[in-house]
Design a protein around this ligand. Sequence first.
Ligand code: ATP
Ligand code: MG
Length: 406
Amino acid sequence: MATLRPAIIVHYHEISLKRGNRPLFLRHLLRNLERATDDLGPVRVRQLSGRILLDLEGNEGPEAVLARVARVCGVASAALAYRVPSSVDAMKAATAAVIEGRPFGSFRISARRAFKTYPLTSVELNRELGAFVVARTGARVDLRDPDLAVHVEVLPAETFVYADRAPGPGGLPVGTAGTVAALLSGGIDSPVAAWRMMKRGCRVVFVHFHSVPYLPATSQAKARALVERLTPWQYRSQLFLVPLGEIQREVVLSVPPPLRVVVYRRFMVRIAETLARQVGALALTTGESLGQVASQTLTNIARIDEAAGLPILRPLIGMDKLEITAEAQRLDTFEISIEPDADCCTLFVPRHPATRVGADEVSAVESRLDVPRLVALGCEGARGETFEFPPRAVANPVGPEASAGW
Ligand code: ATP
Ligand code: MG
């Protein structure tokens, strides 16, 4: 009987649409798959035609590897498979192993040949292996809505047989789209926005504004916990903790209450922009969604944009709160976000913020402030922290190598 070698077969979708850049996207995907699993024992990642193979020979926890792979951006689906030689007998042996112990009344074989010179067509393979399963189990063939679908992928050198495909996040591999700086509050929306950017191939650097010593440090603890939850999607994160309390204090002295929220936001984007440029980020990202609160009207969004010299990307702009909340729950950030805390926005926040702040109005009130000095104050007070997941399997090199980062 043929030996059944364990493997994971990874399919991607959007990457296959890229033409000239496909090798670059695939290189990132391969590297990210290696990074995502490098503490889980032997995993050898290899590119095959139209898919990626993770060779798990000698690996004792295939399920754990699969769970990690299913969180790599760019992966459309991943499946635990058996690798066998491309003979019908070996395929039967693998099919028997795949269906072993699974209760099912109906099934389908979905054979695909990645090269057309194989002596049997997909239809012939489906028939041959289908008859084998019927003889073995008595189950019935159902092409449309089977209890179990057995996939058989025939490649020139070998064949992969598997049943369940775990869906991946899709999108593009982290690192292919450049770096963005995400403004991360302790709320529900901004972690979701940051994740959306990762899914589009961005590496995300996080910027959190706090009001220590005017408020307790709970918001920083939340920001750290959120970054920890999001780091498994990009393996290494940087978080800047920026003091805003002093700036807010000065704003309160000269800016009328209804305009304050927009002025705070403009300071946030100016400081975030400076930090973004320091780490080579090309855009900012926020969790704003149109009309959700007073600062998120079109007029006020325009005022915020005018303070920024980098594009501000708002991936949640057209989503409503229920959709965002559902995504936060899927990402496991929701439970952290709803913990009570004293966010800097609760400090000195007026009861009735203006929903339509004019450009002249905002420049008039800001002319009473020393904006460059306050921005510099925020930037100088910024403290950076680094997060990694998974932890490096080998001793982590300390020194230039370790901090070379982005
Ligand atoms: P969130 O749930 O993301 O906090 P929100 O609905 O509470 O969003 P706002 O509080 O108006 O909305 O914040 C809008 C966006 O501004 C946030 O999504 C975030 O990107 C940014 N932001 C707000 N507060 C902070 C903060 N303390 N530090 C960093 N960014 C912030
Ligand atoms: Mg908020």
